[in-house]
Design a protein around this ligand. Sequence first.
Ligand code: SAM
Length: 289
Amino acid sequence: MTETRNTNRPGRIHEITAVSNPRVKSVRSLFQKKHRDQSETFLVEGLKLVMDAIAHDWHVETLIYSKGGEVRHPVEELAAKIRVLGGDILEVNNKVLSSITRKDNPQSVLGVVRQKWSKPPAAVKDPKTVWIGLDRIRDPGNLGTIIRTADSAGADGIILIGDTTDPFSVEATRATMGSIFNVPLVRMTNEAFLGWRKTWQGLVVGTHLKGAVDFRAIDYAAQPVFLLMGNEQQGMPDDLSAACDKLALIPMHGAADSLNLAIATGVFLFHMGKRLPNVGTDQARGPQT
Ligand code: SAM
């Protein structure tokens, strides 16, 4: 991942009351992919997500918050931290916040965060490694849920293959519940992926409705695994299927012909259980009794 930028100058505080202010317009424009791509930033909603960004060393360029919000004390602490790291603070009213989010009761804290893209993994040998490939994923909710699930299962990263939905859209980041900051993301064309795949030294498991192998019959433990998931509407194309060592199927009951993509990804990841801590050890997360 790229380094967090610390400009060594404290950020500035601006008090803004007009919805037509150019900085407000620029924040609002981040709802559109074109502006996220141009600025290489994205918008996150809510105090928790902005705090998560800082905790994982992502650079928050701008914090926007309403002075009349309910979370005044923690947000002022957060604002002080972001200023030290060189981020600007916009103190706004509810009218301005609503004009950005187009909601009547907007979150009282928003953050503009610099995007990070990772490089594809090289020479991976650790058998606990799991990377996920998503072929032309279209639905931002599915992508956010997969990022959250990959993070929870301890997966090492995700490669977005071909023309996919933007992981930095507001819908996708919201669905990650903070995991966007903890899962390396790589993007590649289909051709680049097929070239990179030849360098992968572990098992490549494609998940496919015509899969010849029951997903429970595969030995995932012995080597690194690359888990390749097909597109929501069309499934996996022939060139990607041909690049897999095995095509695996989750056998199903019922009337539906397939599982939801995010659910199928979760079933595979937790079945493999590569990096899951054992309950009862110090590493296990969850409520302590
Ligand atoms: N109509 C598509 C098709 O024919 O493949 C359905 C795609 S499904 C909604 C999206 C992806 O989830 C699939 O390409 C596959 O990767 C995965 N998937 C869903 N159900 C699965 C199952 N029962 N076994 C294996 N993979 C499954």
